[in-house]
Design a protein around this ligand. Structure first.
Ligand SMILES: C[S@@+](CC[C@H](N)C(=O)[O-])C[C@H]1O[C@@H](n2cnc3c(N)ncnc32)[C@H](O)[C@@H]1O
Length: 304
């Protein structure tokens, strides 16, 4: 493929090859995969179909759309924004520049929240308030709402998803609606847990993937960082400004026997543990490691 346009009349396999060459020349980090995803996208087919149908023809309009998408990818735009969706936690979520593209590591945040919510549901009949702080695209909230659809409908769980960004909340609303769970989740514009008390009960379980990228990395803009909302990424000089701010809210806002699960970046666990040590009262802090062996989730709770 040239930089101008793909050759009309080529097969899907040839289009993948040409697109991959173009992306390789543009120093794309995953040229072959991206090429397959983009060719699949213009054909409205998945990668498995593409592999089995390399000889399928690419119509002129599909070829022309592909050329545009390949050039945008060559300029660095994330595939999830080009396709308009991302597969995550078994879901297909709408993605665009209003919010961060959900990351694979955040699936662990859902897993720990699901385990704790399930444990509490089985323990007694009390209402459980679960709060997804910084919901972005609504990824975590959609996953939790789908998992606990019945308990939410029966009023056993109250699920809140909040963000400071009205744009992100708009996207979250679209994703919740596309899974038919929009009526089961309370969306709120809120700085961290500021709306507790005014609009919601103190949360029993806080789930938060807040911005934790150090400012200098956001400025460097590697990969998708140059395209995603700065407010979804920038955590200040060491990445932990907003996480620390949330920690300081917990003594006032978290339910007495509540738990907070905070996603963090590689190498940030010690600093978060130190911040928990400064909270008034007695707090426990434990770390969950992800499949890659990185310290990924900090669990914070009061020591009774
Ligand atoms: C890293 S993104 C995560 C989005 C989503 N939870 C996910 O995992 O894909 C962080 C989100 O936190 C939001 N955010 C940043 N500062 C916030 C604050 N002070 N209060 C609430 N949300 C905030 C951003 O707008 C962004 O949507």
């Amino acid at each position: 493929m040239t930089a101008e346009a793909p050759v009309v009349g080529v097969s899907a396999g040839a289009a993948v090859h040409a697109a991959a060459e173009r992306l390789r020349a543009a120093k794309s980090p995953s040229p072959r995969l991206d090429a397959e995803l983009l060719v699949g996208h213009v054909l409205d087919r998945d990668r498995a179909w593409l592999l089995a149908h390399e000889d399928a023809p690419l119509a002129a309009d599909a070829a022309s759309r592909l050329a545009g998408l390949v050039e945008r990818r060559a300029a660095g735009e994330p595939v999830a924004y080009l396709r308009g969706f991302k597969e995550w936690y078994g879901l297909t979520l709408r993605t665009d520049r209003r919010a961060l593209i959900p990351r694979p590591e955040t699936e662990l945040l859902v897993d720990v929240a699901v385990a704790e919510t399930t444990r509490r549901l089985a323990a007694d009949d009390r209402l459980i308030t679960v709060w997804d702080v910084g919901t972005g695209s609504g990824a975590v909230a959609v996953a939790l709402a789908r998992r606990f659809r019945t308990a939410l409908a029966l009023g056993r769980i109250h699920l809140v998803a909040s963000d400071v960004s009205p744009d992100a909340l708009e996207l979250a609303a679209e994703n919740l609606a596309s899974y038919g769970v929009d009526r089961l989740v309370a969306l709120q514009v809120s700085d961290l847990l500021d709306s507790v008390g005014a609009e919601a009960a103190p949360p029993d379980i806080v789930v938060a993937n807040l911005p934790y990228v150090p400012q200098r990395d956001v400025d460097a803009g590697a990969g998708s960082l140059a395209w995603e909302p700065r407010a979804a990424l920038d955590g200040g000089p060491d990445g932990l400004d907003i996480v620390r701010r949330l920690l300081t809210r917990l003594p006032d806002r978290l339910a007495a026997d509540g738990l907070a699960y905070l996603e963090i970046g590689v190498g940030q666990a010690a600093a978060v543990e130190a911040a928990v040590g400064l909270l008034p009262g007695s707090w426990s802090c434990s770390i969950t490691t992800d499949l890659a062996g990185h310290e990924r989730i900090v669990t914070v709770s009061r020591i009774p």
